[in-house]
Design a protein around this ligand. Structure first.
Ligand code: SAM
Ligand code: SF4
Length: 351
């Protein structure tokens, strides 16, 4: 049995980065087929018995809290297709040591589940929506569902999630026309729109650098339409269309947050490709089939499912976490010739 609050045992890697943030994939299944994440058809999902049970996930998180994990985010695949997810949310929200629990969802099933998730203690919710135009939504997701996402957003708002945070992956040649409408939405409502650069994590290896719509281009388009953006942490520098400020409002948050100079409208930029935030990364992941990944772009994983299932003790699982973090590389190498796209696409890792 290991004991809480042993400050000598922290998830610190060889570059001094302290990890307190665990992203948990609860399934690799999904009800849509975003082209930047999944294959269009014939997806091979994990056999159900490979998925960690809620009890196993709770155990991993509990052990993680003894190593300094205090924030978790549930993701997938689409987390809301995992039956009874609110039961897990309730358990994690009540767990000593956990101060923050978030969920990332495509919103399709949110109308039905927003209330029970809120009641279970969920307070941070990110909804992925790449386009306000239904045709472009369909091109991205290769499925219907736009109206259901809008209904999900409304349901989230009505049960008290505020502000609503939308994640929009930006892809050159596809979503440029959505930047200004999203900016307008952010200005007119309590919606924070976070634009994410397209990363090389798609299942069909279609990613190419020239398909990345860079954050500085998005900023330029927004500033042209609505005037200057300024960092939300009180800085007063307007954002040039050449270079983004190095940090937004949190040293660890991947998003750099801005508002328009007239005080209306919050925008986030996740410039994972053009401005990697590896130097301040504080997160690691567990896949739905129980593998620790110390980086989205890692090519190595540590299987802890067998420890969870074959009577591995808590200490062995804690040590696996410490070892995984100790082996973390300095950063992804997307911008180098050395880069190798991971075998596992985003839906299978857990975004
Ligand atoms: N299904 C949920 C959803 O879409 O919100 C949660 C899982 S999804 C993998 C998590 C986030 O990763 C989403 O916001 C999605 O848009 C983003 N994502 C997936 N593939 C991506 C890629 N290749 N580049 C950038 N973001 C990606
Ligand atoms: Fe599903 Fe999310 Fe991947 Fe889209 S990004 S296919 S919603 S897991």
């Amino acid at each position: 049995m290991i004991h809480p609050a042993d400050s000598s045992r922290r998830l610190i890697d060889s570059f001094g980065r302290v990890h307190n943030n665990l992203r948990i994939s609860v399934t690799d299944r999904c009800n849509i087929r975003c082209f930047y994440c999944m294959p269009a058809e014939n997806v091979e999902f994990m056999p159900k018995e490979h998925l960690l049970s809620f009890e196993e996930i709770e155990r991993v998180v509990r052990i993680g809290t003894t190593l300094g994990i205090d924030r978790v985010r549930l993701t997938g695949g689409e987390p809301l297709v995992r039956r009874g997810l609110h039961v897990l949310v309730r358990k994690l929200a009540a767990m000593p040591g956990i101060v923050d629990i978030g969920l990332t969802t495509n919103g399709i099933l949110l109308e039905e589940q927003a209330r029970e998730l809120r009641d279970a203690g969920l307070r941070r919710l990110n909804i992925s929506l790449d386009a306000l135009d239904p045709e472009i939504f369909r091109k991205v997701t290769r499925r219907d569902g736009y109206e259901r996402v809008l209904a999900g957003i409304e349901a989230a708002r009505s049960v008290g999630f505020s502000p609503i945070k939308l994640n929009a992956v930006s892809v050159r040649g596809l979503t440029e026309s959505q930047i200004v409408p999203f900016g307008q939405l952010a200005r007119d409502t309590d919606t924070v729109v976070r634009f994410i650069e397209f990363m090389p994590l798609d299942a069909d290896s279609q990613w190419q650098r020239d398909k990345v719509l860079f954050a500085n281009e998005i900023v330029a388009t927004l500033e042209e339409a609505f005037g200057p953006l300024r960092p939300i942490d009180g800085g007063n520098t307007s954002v040039s269309n050449a270079v983004l400020p190095v940090l937004g409002n949190s040293a660890h948050a991947p998003a750099q947050d801005f508002e328009f100079a007239d005080g209306k409208g919050r925008i986030g930029l996740i410039a994972s490709v053009s401005q990697p935030f590896c130097a301040s990364c504080n997160r690691f992941r567990i896949t739905a089939d129980g593998r620790l990944r110390n980086c989205l772009f890692s090519n190595d994983e540590t299987d802890i499912k067998h420890l969870l299932r074959d009577q591995g003790d808590d200490e062995a699982i804690a040590q696996a976490m410490l070892d995984s973090i100790a082996a973390k590389k300095e950063g992804h190498e997307i911008n180098t010739a050395r880069f190798i796209q991971p075998d596992r696409p985003m839906y299978s890792i857990g975004g």
